[in-house]
Design a protein around this ligand. Structure first.
Ligand SMILES: Nc1ncnc2c1ncn2[C@@H]1O[C@H](COP(=O)(O)OP(=O)(O)OP(=O)(O)O)[C@@H](O)[C@H]1O
Ligand SMILES: [Mg+2]
Length: 643
């Protein structure tokens, strides 16, 4: 290669040839030798790498043709200058690459006048030029940007805090023109008191220390007016970290601050109102709670008083009920007591005349017998009486009188006996003299009651005879209020008769082949209790009526016939007074049975019983045969309790 190089005459240079050749090859710059004919005489490999032509292509064309047409003239001028310039000439131009693009090259050329050769060292500057242009572009853009920003004051300070640049925004915000402020201390933009306290210096110091400082505070304009500024100071340092100054960006935030203040005020106002309202609400809430408590209290009181009222109403109802019952009882007992008094009165009044009759009947019989005996004696001694006597004998039909008189007297005695029984029953029934519980013969009570009801049992236009069937068991004396228990028998038997009468009116009887029948049977339930059953085959009772049977004033009978008190009083007497039970078994058309169950009480221990009663009656009948009539009368009266 070096054969193209001009020959160097010195021996030293000849020794250097291989080394130069190596440098020629290694160089990062393009090295070339151009002849006066306008062609390259020699190029190093860097040309190929830079322009992408082969060495042959480069050597084969005039090098000026590689130069951009616009730069050719300048290049030729510079080459021509070589002739006059003793020093190498430096210039730039654009050189064409194999692909048609151009690269910026920096040429440093010198002329070998003797050999008429140009030596060129060429450096590719395309990249550098490009980055320079880019830098310029960006700087320009940044400058334009800064210059044209109006809402922000952007300015630079030197390390001492003097203004070194000033944009339009700074002018419009602070009021200073660029020529007025450049070189002045930034302190002129601060409030006097801030300047006094060293605020501007402190801020720069802080920014220098940490790189950045930000602040919001009042600043002063050229005309002395103030504004709220948001300022950011950034410290600028060179590559070595030396402080080159500060960039400051300031924004006028007065409006925002005012809005903020107004907002804060509004917020404070709102908060105050909320607080006031909250206080009011708390108060109202307290009031409400108090009211609720008071209301609840009132409601409770109301409920209490309601309950009290209900209780009072209930008590009143109970009292009324009791009153009604008491009234009913009073009416009934009044009724019974009147009946008892009447019965006792009648018994007493009848007792005396009957006593005369009964007492004298025996004498009468005796006297009659004596008279008859005397007549017989006369007939024996005077078989032929006078005509007048004979006529009288015929007139009175002496034979008949003689036969009939004893019968007549006997029937009179039976009648008087019956009257005695009735009187005794009546007295027993009324029991006016017994207010305490006493051992009582239940059967006696039933019989006495039946006696009083005798007239109702007899046939009448409404019905034939009502049959009474008695099946008495062997009962001891029962401790009870005889008069009141008789009242119960009376009520139940009266109801049975009513039911039978009603069944005849309706045209049927539930049993007994058309006969009205009342069945009475007694029994010992156990050692301590007796039961009296009174059943009829009358109309029976519906379930509905059964539910209300013992209610006072409940009756199904027509007005004037029933008061509806009979069973309610009977219930009271049996259940409440005697501690017993009163039960009813009935269904419509099947008749009715009432069961009275009574505890025996003390009398169960006594040996008196029904049989004693039977015995007493039997005793009367036996004595009747053997004793004189007066004795018999006294015994009978005693047995029925008449002294
Ligand atoms: N043996 C019975 N057969 C059918 N119904 C009966 C019988 N006993 C009672 N009753 C019914 O029970 C009702 C109530 O009887 P209770 O004796 O209390 O009153 P009353 O007989 O109507 O009137 P009072 O007895 O006061 O004169 C009767 O009206 C009747 O309807
Ligand atoms: Mg009745």
């Amino acid at each position: 290669m070096l054969t193209f190089l001009p020959e160097v005459p010195s021996a030293e240079s000849q020794n250097m040839e291989p080394a130069l050749d190596r440098f020629f090859t290694l160089s990062l710059d393009m090295l070339g030798v151009m002849g006066s004919d306008g062609y390259f005489k020699q190029v190093n490999p860097r040309w190929e790498k830079t322009l992408d032509f082969t060495t042959q292509e480069l050597l084969a064309q005039p090098w000026i043709e590689l130069i951009h047409p616009k730069d050719r003239q300048l290049t030729l001028t510079q080459i021509q200058n070589l002739a006059t310039e003793p020093d190498p000439v430096t210039f730039k131009n654009r050189c064409r690459c194999a692909d048609g693009s151009y690269k910026w090259l920096l040429w440093n050329v010198s002329l070998d006048r003797e050999q008429q050769l140009i030596y060129a060292v060429v450096r590719d500057q395309t990249e550098r030029k490009r980055s320079k242009e880019a830098l310029w572009d960006s700087e320009e853009r940044f400058r334009c940007l800064v210059e044209n920003v109006k809402d922000y004051a952007i300015y630079m300070l030197d390390p001492e805090g003097r203004v070194s640049s000033w944009n339009q925004g700074a002018e419009s915000i602070n009021g200073y023109r660029e020529d007025e402020i450049l070189g002045k201390s930034v302190s002129c933009l601060y409030l006097p008191e801030d300047v006094e306290s060293g605020k501007p210096e402190k801020e720069l110091k802080e920014a220098a220390a940490v790189g950045r400082f930000q602040d919001e505070s009042y600043r002063i304009r050229r005309d002395g007016s103030c504004f709220w500024a948001n300022a950011t100071i950034t410290a600028l340092r060179d590559r070595n970290g030396r402080l080159r100054g500060f960039a400051k960006v300031v924004r006028d935030i007065t409006e925002r601050k005012l809005t903020q203040e107004a907002l804060q005020k509004a917020y404070d106002n709102l908060e105050r109102r909320v607080a006031e309202r909250t206080v009011e609400l708390v108060r109202a809430n307290k009031r409400l709670r108090r009211e609720i408590i008071e209301r609840k209290q009132m409601e409770k009181e109301l409920r209490d008083s309601e309950a009290q009222l209900r209780q009072q109403t209930q008590q009143l109802q109970q009292a009324l009920h009791k009153l009604k019952q008491a009234q009913a009882q009073l009416v009934q007992s009044e009724k019974m007591s009147s009946l008892g008094q009447l019965v006792a009165g009648v018994a007493h009044e009848i007792n005396n005349p009957v006593s005369f009759i009964y007492g004298n009947l025996n004498y009468a019989e005796q006297y009659f017998q004596q008279l008859l005996d005397l007549i017989e004696l006369y007939q024996q001694y005077y078989p032929q009486p006078s005509a007048e006597i004979q006529a009288q004998i015929q007139l009175i039909d002496l034979d008949f009188v003689t036969l009939d008189l004893p019968k007549l007297l006997h029937s009179m005695k039976v009648g008087a006996d019956r009257i005695y029984q009735i009187v005794r029953s009546l007295r027993n029934f009324s029991h006016l003299d017994r207010a305490e519980k006493q051992p009582v013969n239940i059967h006696e009570g039933i019989d006495n009651t039946l006696l009083i009801l005798q007239s109702r049992l007899k046939p009448c236009p409404g019905h034939p005879t009502l049959e009474v069937v008695k099946e008495y068991g062997d009962l001891p004396l029962v401790d009870c209020y005889a008069g009141e228990l008789n009242q119960v028998f009376m009520n139940i038997l009266s109801n049975a008769i009513d039911a039978l009468e009603e069944s005849f009116v309706m045209g049927y009887c539930s049993s007994g082949h058309g006969k009205g029948q009342i069945r009475i049977w007694t029994e010992m339930i156990n050692a301590d209790w007796v039961a009296i059953h009174i059943a009829d085959n009358g109309v029976g009772i519906t379930e509905e009526v059964k539910q209300r049977l013992f209610d006072p004033f409940f009756t199904t009978k027509p007005v004037g016939k029933g008061t509806g008190l009979g069973l309610s009083i009977s219930y009271k007497i049996v259940v409440e007074k005697h501690g017993g039970h009163l039960k009813c078994f009935s269904s419509p058309g099947q008749g009715t049975e009432f069961a009275i169950e009574i505890p025996l009480g003390l009398s169960s221990q006594q040996c008196c019983c029904q049989s004693l009663y039977q015995e007493r009656v039997g005793l009367v009948e036996q004595k009747d045969r053997g004793d004189t009539e007066r004795e018999r009368k006294n015994l009978l009266l005693k047995s029925v309790g008449i002294p």
